[in-house]
Design a protein around this ligand. Structure first.
Ligand SMILES: Nc1ncnc2c1ncn2[C@@H]1O[C@H](COP(=O)(O)OP(=O)(O)OP(=O)(O)O)[C@@H](O)[C@H]1O
Length: 251
């Protein structure tokens, strides 16, 4: 484990030249567990997608300290996953091992055994042959956590991992997340549940297109900062264009 960080330097990310994240600087220390919080439309998912290399930066840079997004485990928002595709639970979990297995090679018995262990760790023993389309939202989220367990990544990004999930499943999946943190992995999770953020996430990045606060959760999630985030989101000009020069305010 190194003391490296995932460092954002003056990052702006835009859709059709309208900034969704504006001039963000700061870092996620390796081994930290950070919640990304903020109002709807604050740029949280956009930030995670940029970390995954799925969106280009309009300006600024992200230093991954020698890692690549291929080294990251990623759980997108449930709404972005197509469950109509005819995949079994076993197929879906096994995708977590694609880097070891490759596109056209067979699954070794060791990988298959680890996949079974991962399913059992999320309480889904015996579900291997079920089609993913037939699972409840909570069961499917467990499958995706099993895939992350198999992937064994040093950095794990999760976008609203507990939305539409019942309390018991949330508690069990949160335990897995806390275990990853104890193992020294870097955890970054977009979360709407402020009580969970305050109880379980040592670090928080509070964003409303622009940075509101980033650091220890107790000093970030204050009433004053939450009010500020709300006001910033409400006053954001959706028609603003990206700056022509780095550091210049949006027009
Ligand atoms: N593909 C896209 N094309 C154009 N605009 C987009 C796209 N995706 C997101 N946006 C816009 O970027 C802004 C930030 O969206 P983003 O999804 O990152 O916010 P969020 O903080 O994750 O919101 P929520 O909490 O509602 O999920 C919003 O104004 C959104 O409409």
């Amino acid at each position: 484990m190194t003391n490296n960080v995932l460092r954002f330097s003056d990052v702006t990310i835009a859709y059709h030249r309208h900034p969704a994240v504006h001039h963000l600087s700061g870092n996620f220390p390796v081994g930290s567990m950070t919640a990304i919080a903020g109002p709807n439309g604050a740029g949280k998912s956009t930030l995670v997608k940029a970390l995954m290399g799925q969106l280009p930066l309009a300006s600024g840079s992200i230093d991954l300290s020698g890692w690549s997004p291929r080294d990251f485990g990623y759980l997108p928002q449930a709404a972005e996953i197509d469950r109509t595709f005819p995949l079994t639970v076993a197929d879906t979990v096994m995708l977590g091992a694609w880097r070891e297995v490759g596109a056209f090679r067979g699954i070794s018995s060791a990988v298959a055994a680890r996949a079974r262990d991962s399913l059992s760790a999320v309480g889904l023993e015996g579900f291997e042959r079920r089609q993913i389309g037939s699972l409840s939202a909570g069961q499917f989220q467990r499958v995706l956590f099993a895939r992350l367990l198999l992937q064994d990544a040093p950095v794990i990004l999760l976008d609203e991992p507990f939305s539409a999930i019942d309390a018991r499943t949330t508690r069990e999946l949160l335990d897995i997340l806390l275990g990853w943190h104890r193992d020294g992995r870097t955890i970054i999770a977009v979360l709407h549940d402020f009580d969970m953020v305050k109880s379980h996430f040592p670090q928080t990045l509070l964003i409303a297109r622009e940075l509101v606060a980033w650091g220890q959760t107790a000093s970030v999630m204050t009433s004053a900062n939450l009010l500020k985030a709300r006001a910033m989101a409400e006053n954001w000009d959706e028609t603003a264009q990206v700056c022509e020069r780095p550091g210049e305010a949006a027009a």
